[in-house]
Design a protein around this ligand. Sequence first.
Ligand code: SF4
Length: 282
Amino acid sequence: MSEAVAPAGEPKLEAKSPFEMRVNLGKDVPETDVRSALEQGDMGFLHSFTTGSTVDGPGVRVVAWTTGCMWRCRYCHNPDTWTMRNGIPVSAARAIEEVRKYRHGLKVMSGGLTISGGEPLMQRLFVMNLLAGAKAMGMHTAMETNGFLGEELTADDLDKLDLVLLGIKTWDPARHKELTGRDNAPTLALARRLAARRLPIWVRFVLVPGLTDDAADMAQIARFAASLGNVERVEVLPFHQMGRFKWHELGIRYALEDVPAPTPEAHAKACDIFQAAGLKAN
Ligand code: SF4
């Protein structure tokens, strides 16, 4: 794949991985321009583009990582994406041109474009412009979301998506609020809406020892996901500490300093719970 080259004077969009720390890249954009970008969708803020991902949807993917998130998950591994202005201000046209460079390779490798974050729906119109651009090139499209702003998605928006990677953090509403700062009802409502449209979902569940590994809670998520009929798989993502340095560098109190990654046995047990409900889980 060819390398994304930034126009002179602009920060490079491409990153080796989303674990590159990026802050304040959009700090000089005036508030009025931010508001107008959000209203028009012709400009947005991206942490980066990464290429060659095999874990963010089917095949090999280019991933556009947006900035801005309304949740504060205690185990977030990219807290630099919480603030929109930490991202690079980029026009939708430039972002689409970046994607265009990879279109042939992505087709050969049965992949496509995935938009992740942060929370992409914080910049819904910009994201929809990117998805429309990718669709116009005949690409497979996916979006990873926590679903909290799912109500804002129009039927036209959903037509631009082939797959939704939906993060379900925990089932118990009080626990969910404690872990993320927000309710999980909108996430579940989006899942039902996608099911009604038969739009495929891959559920993403982060397994965090002591925080999300309650068997009964996982079984509730499993029952719900299985009842939808459009959940193609559940990805049980083991918690890791690769993002810890970001909390430290950003000066945010990190409550999970000593939390280990789940053991392979714990991961297998979680997968068993989802599989017992009839779901494909790994
Ligand atoms: S929803 Fe994702 S980006 Fe937002 S705080 Fe949670 S883990 Fe981080």
